[in-house]
Design a protein around this ligand. Sequence first.
Ligand SMILES: Cc1cc2nc3c(=O)[nH]c(=O)nc-3n(C[C@H](O)[C@H](O)[C@H](O)COP(=O)(O)OP(=O)(O)OC[C@H]3O[C@@H](n4cnc5c(N)ncnc54)[C@H](O)[C@@H]3O)c2cc1C
Length: 380
Amino acid sequence: MKKVVIIGGGTAGTMMANALAKGMGEKLKNGDVSVTMISDKKEHLYQPGLLYIPFGLKTEEEIIRPVKEVVSPLIDIVFDEATQFSTEQKQVKTKSGKTFSYDYLIIATGSRPAVEEVPGLEEAGHIFYTLDGAKKLQKAMEEFEGGNVVMAVGLPHKCPVAPLEFTMMFDDWAREKGIREKTNITYCYPLQKPYGTESVAKLATKEYTERNINIETFFMIDHVDAEKKEVVALDDTRVPFDLLVMIPPHKGADVTVKSSLTDNDEGWLPTDRQYLNHVDHDNIFVIGDATNLPISKAGSTAHFEVEILAENLISMIDGGQANKRYNGKVFCFIETGLHKATYIAFNYEQPPKPVTPSKAVHWAKLSYNNAHWINLKGIL
Ligand SMILES: Cc1cc2nc3c(=O)[nH]c(=O)nc-3n(C[C@H](O)[C@H](O)[C@H](O)COP(=O)(O)OP(=O)(O)OC[C@H]3O[C@@H](n4cnc5c(N)ncnc54)[C@H](O)[C@@H]3O)c2cc1C
């Protein structure tokens, strides 16, 4: 029996498990192949939904489902935390002391905001990238009656466009609440423009200028001075805030940070850009945010990676070859306020070109959000 072990039950792990179940149903039923998914969470959180929580536009119930409900019954689900990869023995060890052998290992452990790397942040700032953080921010926004609002962004982080979206949505929200004239919004970004790629930076600059949002460039976050209520950059530039929202730089999951499979302090795993195997191992694959690939850490990235890897892996299990190659394809919607959106599609070679923001694209994004649960099952 060939054994496939997937670590992580988020977007990439779940889509991969379901794609394998769909493509190898008979083999899984006959016991020729087993697929085990090790997830340290019993609930699947639809993270793009977190963007809407601070504005009261989505509820917790709408963005959470039990992992067991979203994964095919043909997959063995183990709720445990992977703590160690033993590549020579082809085994994964878990927190509860169990050992899982594999022929093929798929690492889909995601990324997380490294809040602990920014002193003062937890005390004085808000992060909508976690459910608790998004709910806390919703409460703070309910009580907010005007003042200095700062969105400070560190790199790298998942969903590169989410801070832009939040800022433009916040501007609309403040206008609709009637407090925009008493509100000063500043966007702090570590580069010389408000986004890494030229076309999106241009779109953001245009929108921010029209909306009277300040842009503080070359702002490398150092710490938050909770007493003075200032966010402080490495060069000691200080931006005062009454409400601070921050996307701190991200790291990989603890298990990858500590693993010998990584070559960097953040735990990103060196991944072949076309075949998605770990560069030193033909039987270990990395998908989703956990890779070191030069492409957005996004659910969409995971989606397109899974399409490639599932087909290749099924072929390899059948004794064939990996024939499909990932070209870095990503598709992302971008909310440009509460009522309009644009989208970008790009890959390793072709940079994004945002379309003119419209209500129609905004409604398409909302429909896509609602379709996440069927998307996870590979139906879209
Ligand atoms: C606010 C916000 C908005 C976003 N908007 C978009 C969007 O509009 N479009 C888009 O494409 N993407 C968006 N994203 C990004 C998207 O959610 C992530 O890129 C995507 O979830 C990555 O999938 P993943 O499986 O790699 O990681 P995750 O979905 O985070 O899953 C990783 C899973 O692995 C688990 N895990 C970690 N370590 C272990 C371990 N040792 N053992 C077992 N399990 C472990 C974690 O608990 C987690 O459940 C957004 C993210 C946020 C936060």
